[in-house]
Design a protein. Sequence first.
Length: 173
Amino acid sequence: MLELRRLVDEESAMASTGIPRRKPPSKRSRRARAGHGNPIAHFFDHFAAHVTKWAGSPLAFGSALILVIAWGLSGPAFGYSETWQLVINTGTTIVTFLMVFLIQQSQNKDGEALHLKLDELLIALKGADAGLVDVERLDEDKLLALAAACSARARSQRRKRTRKGRPGRRSAS
C-alpha cells in the first residue's frame, strides 16, 4: 500500500485531502465546455462521433460489402486492368487513412470519460486507494512498477483471506 502511494505521489501533487487532483481546466477548455470553444474542434468531435458510430453499424458493413462485390463483378468489363485495380486500392487507402483519425478522436474522448468516471469512484469509495486517481498520467516505467505493486498487494490479500477461511487443523484420533 505504501509502495502504491509513493509511486503515485511522485507524479501527482497531493491536495490537503490526500487525493491527487487533475490540473484545473484552462480558460479555453471552460469556454469549450460552455459551447464557446473552437467551432472546428466542436464540429470535428461531433462528426467523428457520428461517423464512428455509423462505421460500426451493419448498414456500413453491408454497404462496403456491396461496393466490393460490385467492383469485383465489374472486373471483366474493365479487363481486370491496372486502372480497375487502382480504383479499389486508392479508395480503400484513403478511407482507411481518414478513419484512423476519426476513430482515434472517439477513442480519446471515450477513454478520458472512462478515466473520469473511474476516478470519481475511487474518490467516493471508502477503502479504495484514492492515490490511484489520475494514474493513467504516469509514465510507462512508473505504471509498470505500480502494476507490480498492485499484483503483490492482491496476492497478499488473497493469502490473508485464504488463511482466515481455513478451519483449524484437527489431529486424527
